[in-house]
Design a protein. Sequence first.
Length: 148
Amino acid sequence: MNEQGVPSSSGSTGESTTSDRVEQFLAGVYALQVPSQTERRERRMYGAAIVIACAGFAVIGLGWWGASGTKYVYQEIPYVISGGIFGVALVLVGVILFARYSAARLLRFWLARLVADQQVQTDRVIDAITALAEAIAPRTVDGDTADH
């Protein structure tokens, strides 16, 4: 384990730079902490979204129940307005809040994953260029350069 509490990769002392850079990146990701205030706010918004959506369904149900006990259409209109439209609006607000905070969490994970994958690709390109440079470099034999 290193100083940040992240397990270090096992291997010989000649580890490649790729694994070192990935380990540094992972240590940096583990060191990143979402501020607790932001996390608490997100949890509250999740809870509020669920409560608002459930309240919307309850208002729709109450509106339907109130309208079902009337005999004339003109008596149903206040129930449709107060129960139906307001209930649908509450459900939409709840669903939009839930989708917004779900998408934010998903996109944060996706962005971290994208950065990690890009880091690995960059390390592979650097290793390939280094290997190519070593392969085409002139070799010295007893102080003289030997051609291939």
